[in-house]
Design a protein around this ligand. Structure first.
Ligand SMILES: Nc1ncnc2c1ncn2[C@@H]1O[C@H](COP(=O)(O)OP(=O)(O)OP(=O)(O)O)[C@@H](O)[C@H]1O
Length: 413
């Protein structure tokens, strides 16, 4: 197992930083800092400036696997050259132990100038200046790679002398990155979560040693990124199911309405074919189906009441083609009423006589039924016979009306 310990490192921040392609330099600084912190922890226990060469590949694999688990894109570790530019062992000019670094010339200047706290910009700058000077004396005109490895070795040697909190603080200054640790741990507090290298593994019985060391989250401790993905997934599914239910409901309702209308059409057309019937009587007698929309518009939203009969209210209607009609809105019909409606159409639709009001069509909307008649401008006979405001009909006219009514009654299709 790799002994490097990434626990407590703010890998969520690393993940979001590395997901931003414009922040690649910062992403690499963070990866470098986290690896350096884990090397410093290991140095604290082993006094070595990195893992033994036999473990180097295993550790690089473990570290990149852990980073990936936390959502760090795999190409970030490749881009930052984890393993070459960011090694897990800091051999600085032949020095492989903490002691060798501490005993190197002028290191005491680094120790002296890098005393905590380093959170202030001025104190961090003082520490960095001392470190640069020290490295300058130590490696002279060596290449950047050596400079970088020795800088990391200086950090590991320095940080290995303190506890977990100071390690993060020194790393913040050395690598110029903020908020490296997730849960600041007070090393002296025995009740705090056991994430420090000094903590006994037995205090975390549920976590496997490899999970602790390379920071792999245990099953109980889900990463916030994954939790967010799960929550978003649940929300999207819930909304989709909800919309689907509404859609099914609307489709069902519409098809029921269409079914109602179609059934009626079928029933009624069985007894009354949808062809205009010409009987040689005066006036056009085209029978048709009117839409609810045009009927509603023609009656000004059913505001033109002209009478009330036993089967419903009658409205005057003016259709867009100029046709003036009397629209009878049937009282809410039962199934039996449906037959009634069809029979009325069958009967009146077939009768075409100059002394009979002709039925010109019908309209069906959900459970509403309308019969549309030719409009009789002079009102009902009843009004002419009984209304006090009208001029009384002459006896000749009355006899003629009686004859006409008798003719109409005697008329057969
Ligand atoms: N084609 C029409 N043209 C003009 N007014 C009409 C027309 N049909 C009906 N009306 C008016 O609407 C009123 C109600 O007519 P409706 O046919 O519903 O009932 P009714 O003939 O009086 O009685 P019943 O319901 O028993 O048939 C009539 O009295 C009349 O004033």
């Amino acid at each position: 197992n790799c002994p490097l310990d990434l626990s407590g490192s703010n890998l969520t921040l690393l993940s979001s930083t590395c997901s931003n392609k414009g922040d690649r330099g910062k992403c690499c600084r963070y990866i470098n800092a986290f690896v350096a912190v884990s090397v410093a922890r290991y140095a604290n226990m082993s006094s070595n400036l990195g893992v033994p060469s036999g473990l180097s590949d295993i550790c690089l694999h473990s570290v990149s696997e852990t980073l990936e688990l936390y959502g760090v894109p795999s190409n970030a570790t490749v881009f930052c050259a984890l393993g070459t530019k960011i090694p897990v062992t800091y051999e600085c000019m032949g020095r492989i132990t903490v002691m060798q670094m501490l005993e190197s010339p002028n290191f005491e200047d680094v120790t002296e100038n890098c005393k905590l706290p380093l959170s202030e910009e001025s104190s961090c700058r003082r520490c960095m200046n001392a470190s640069i000077l020290y490295l300058h004396h130590l490696i002279g005109a060596e290449d950047n790679m050596t400079l970088s490895t020795c800088r990391d070795a200086t950090f590991a040697a320095l940080a290995s002398q303190g506890d977990n909190v100071s390690t993060f603080e020194i790393a913040t200054c050395f690598f110029g990155v903020q908020e490296l640790n997730v849960h600041p741990v007070v090393a002296s507090d025995p009740s705090s979560p056991s994430l420090t290298p000094e903590a006994s593994p037995s205090s975390l019985p549920d976590a496997s040693p490899s999970q602790l060391l390379v920071g792999i989250p245990s099953e109980e401790h889900h990463h916030p990124y994954h939790l967010t993905v799960i929550r978003v997934g649940i929300a999207v599914t819930a909304v989709s199911v909800f919309l689907l239910i509404i859609l099914i409901f609307l489709i069902h309702r519409k098809s029921r309405e269409l079914g109602d209308s179609e059934n009626l059409d079928k029933t009624c057309w069985n007894v009354f074919p949808p062809q205009p019937i010409q009987k040689g009587q005066d006036g056009p007698s085209t029978f048709q189906k009117f839409s609810y929309k045009e009927t509603k518009r023609a009656t000004y939203n059913f505001s033109t009441t002209i009478g009330q009969g036993g089967f419903g209210t009658v409205y005057k209607a003016q259709f867009s083609d100029g046709f003036v009609a009397a629209v009878k809105r049937m009282n809410k019909v039962s199934e039996q009423g449906e037959d009634e409606f069809c029979r009325e159409m069958e009967l009146l639709g077939r009768l075409h006589h100059r002394h009979l009001v002709s039925l010109r069509g019908f309209c069906v909307e959900k459970h509403e039924r309308f019969l549309i008649y030719e409009y009789m401008e002079n009102g009902s006979l009843k009004d002419h016979l009984h209304s006090t405001g009208k001029t009384p009909l002459s006896w000749l006219t009355r006899i003629q009306i009686a004859i006409d009514v008798a003719n109409a009654l005697g008329y057969q299709v």
